[in-house]
Design a binder for this molecule. Sequence first.
Ligand SMILES: [Fe+2]
Length: 261
Amino acid sequence: MQKKEIVGNFEISKDGAVSRREVLMMGALAATGLAVASNSGAGAAEPAANAPAVKEIYKAKDFSALAKAGMPGLSASQVEQHLKLYKGYVGKSNEIYGKLKDVDITSANATYSPLRELLMEQSFAVNGMVYHEFYFGNLGGKGGDPQGDLKSLLDERFGSPAKFKDFLIAAGKSMRGWVVVGYNLRGAHIDVYGLDMHNMWSPQNVVPLLVLDVYEHAYMVDYGIDRAKYLDAFYNNLDFDIVSKRLAKARKCESGEMTTV
Ligand SMILES: [Fe+2]
């Protein structure tokens, strides 16, 4: 029997890593008004009744207000589906954290071993959680132009707000997963990174300031495969005040040191 939990308005499969194909299917079903049922991980063993409860080291953040915010170009249905996916990553991050406590380290092997698999997928699950939190966190605004220190740094790198926007949109068209506008602690400048997967080409010493999700699941409910329209909608709903607050926190860190915001 599949283990599930209720989080807010969502039913999340404890066993359910959501695959790219399932995400696309989810979007297609939502677009046609059909109910969505998670079936990933079916057949996985039920934990023993007397098994100790796994401590949930990660808690899903509540972004449900975004779905009700009436964001132009980003429908409630689209946001709700996306939040459901995010909560799946939180669940898997907790699951991997728990399993790493009990994993057999005597069988460690670089071709295959349970330890290797957990260590590899840990960064996929955790980054999937964290990047989504940055993404949802910088939505819900009115777009426009960056201001203050943020504008100065972006102008230094790109020349003007209009040129930054053009670069961001182009970066969004060129990647398969994420675009990260970050504050590089080594040199105190802005960098833009592209990722095809959550744990692929993730930069170190760079604090994410503005995160753009370009996976198809981020826009397929609203736009099908028309990513360009989604990118415009994303920009028009950006909250530059949040981006500026992230920059202010990053600025407090010593240059070159690792940190998180
Ligand atoms: Fe996403």
